[in-house]
Design a protein around this ligand. Structure first.
Ligand SMILES: Cc1cc2nc3c(=O)[nH]c(=O)nc-3n(C[C@H](O)[C@H](O)[C@H](O)COP(=O)(O)OP(=O)(O)OC[C@H]3O[C@@H](n4cnc5c(N)ncnc54)[C@H](O)[C@@H]3O)c2cc1C
Length: 412
């Protein structure tokens, strides 16, 4: 297929929406006329601003605060981390001067992100299967709807997810628990629904987050009830039409499911893409840098190593058709590419990756996700650059976060 028309000006949101609606709108959840931006602007310039203004003062105390917004400790860095506009080592270094308690807590969360990436690199699509226990089964009937329109908390949360494409960690847990632990709905369908909307949606962190919340990873399902809303976002309860008849007044009545049996999957044989090369593997003369959605920043190792080569990015049409992502995710990605196009020649395509890249030897950065391994197998990779791990996967145990953490020699 020919290249898509030139990218719009990243600062002209109307032009970005029109570009996405025209060229990618038919692949989105909302359709061409429903493409809207989410709550984060994409691109290196926006990510640099977020990093330069990162302040974790009070983070340890207020990480889980939901409302009011100005009291939240959450730093909203996740879409930039997810798409490689800032690396975990950069964020780690950026909080070196913070108060010890806040620094430790924040760096611990960065390590959770790294742990999710290690797990996914090892288990690949196995992360979509319960890691250690079957999901819990509530004693009552499976709920017909994932949320009750009269409940202020879940209605507000849903609006945030659909409009902003971003949620505080605490409310992700509320939703996942409400969906599966209380209502007995399939956690994988809930995970897919999050993935379609979240600007930071990644299979690694999203699947781990769901598994952790519903108890398939730990054997301890997290219970969501009114108590958390009163504590973290009391105004939602105050404004709720059901405040005197709260459907989540008590804890959900659900026991953990039975063990999946056998060795825990993360300790089993490696089936995923692994760590990738530790040093660049050069096998030819690249004619372009192939960027993927895993790594869209200026510091992408392949991009940085080949400053004079043009860049090519492929919107993977069959994948997008099957995922039906919300348009706001594609707006974010397009802003990233449009921002890069201010500094580099960027050729954007829509189609099947091997066909779009046929005949072009490329330099690219290894991405520790199964989709990269599948696609790159049919691409002429002349230079493969290493993934910027915070702690390179080696012999760490992946059976739990704490077991894994012991094998990571980083001082938070
Ligand atoms: C059900 C569920 C689904 C989730 N889905 C995703 C997802 O698709 N993508 C994603 O990046 N995170 C996911 N998370 C983890 C976490 O909720 C988000 O990373 C965090 O809310 C992002 O907001 P922030 O940048 O303000 O985080 P902060 O609290 O400011 O933390 C800083 C950074 O640390 C990392 N981080 C923080 N908490 C976690 C965590 N629990 N697990 C992994 N990394 C963490 C993120 O990179 C984050 O940007 C999920 C959690 C749950 C419970």
């Amino acid at each position: 297929m020919p290249s898509l028309p030139p990218l719009p000006d990243v600062d002209d949101t109307g032009a970005v929406l029109a570009w996405v609606g025209t060229h990618l709108g038919h692949l989105t959840l909302e359709g061409p006329d429903g493409v809207r931006p989410g709550g984060h602007r994409g691109g290196q310039a926006a990510a640099d601003t977020a990093l330069a203004t990162l302040d974790v003062t009070g983070y340890a105390r207020s990480r889980s605060t939901v409302l009011p917004e100005q009291r939240r400790g959450a730093t909203r860095m996740s879409p930039y981390v997810r798409h490689g506009l800032v690396s975990l080592p950069e964020v780690w270094a950026a909080v070196a001067g913070a108060a010890p308690g806040d620094r430790r807590r924040y760096r611990d969360e960065l390590l959770w992100q790294e742990f999710a990436r290690h797990l996914y690199a090892r288990t690949a699509d196995g992360l979509a299967e319960p890691l250690r226990y079957q999901p819990p089964h509530p004693s009552g009937p499976v709920g017909p709807a994932p949320w009750d329109d009269d409940m202020a908390c879940t209605t507000w949360l849903r609006e945030q997810l659909e409009d902003e494409g971003w949620l505080v960690n605490q409310t992700r847990m509320w939703w996942a628990s409400h969906w599966t632990v209380r209502h007995g709905r399939d956690w994988r369908a809930g995970e897919d629904d999050f993935f379609r909307h979240l600007l930071d949606g990644s299979r690694a962190a999203n699947r781990l987050g769901w598994q952790w919340t519903v108890g398939t990873g730990t054997g301890k399902p997290y219970g969501f009830s009114r108590w958390q809303v009163e504590k973290r976002a009391p105004q939602l309860c105050r404004s709720c039409a059901l405040r005197d008849a709260c459907p989540v007044q008590g804890w959900p009545d659900a026991e953990r499911g039975p063990s999946t049996g056998g060795a825990p999957r993360p300790g089993g044989p490696a089936t995923g893409p692994g760590a990738g090369p530790a040093d660049p593997v050069l096998e030819g003369e690249p004619a372009a840098v192939w960027l993927t959605a895993e790594s869209l920043g200026d510091a992408d190792p392949a991009l940085a190593a080949h400053p004079d080569l043009p860049v090519v990015f492929v919107y993977d049409e069959p994948l997008l058709r099957s995922l039906r992502l919300s348009g706001k995710r594609l707006v974010f990605l397009t802003e990233c590419l449009a921002d890069l196009a201010e500094r580099r020649e960027v050729d954007v395509r829509l189609g099947r990756v091997p066909e779009e890249l046929a005949g072009t030897p490329v330099a690219t950065t290894f991405a520790p996700v199964p989709g990269f391994v599948r696609r790159s197998a049919s691409v002429d990779v002349a230079a493969l650059h290493p993934w910027p791990w915070m702690a390179r996967p080696e012999a760490q145990r992946l059976t739990s976060y704490s077991a894994w953490r012991k094998g990571v020699p980083l001082q938070a």
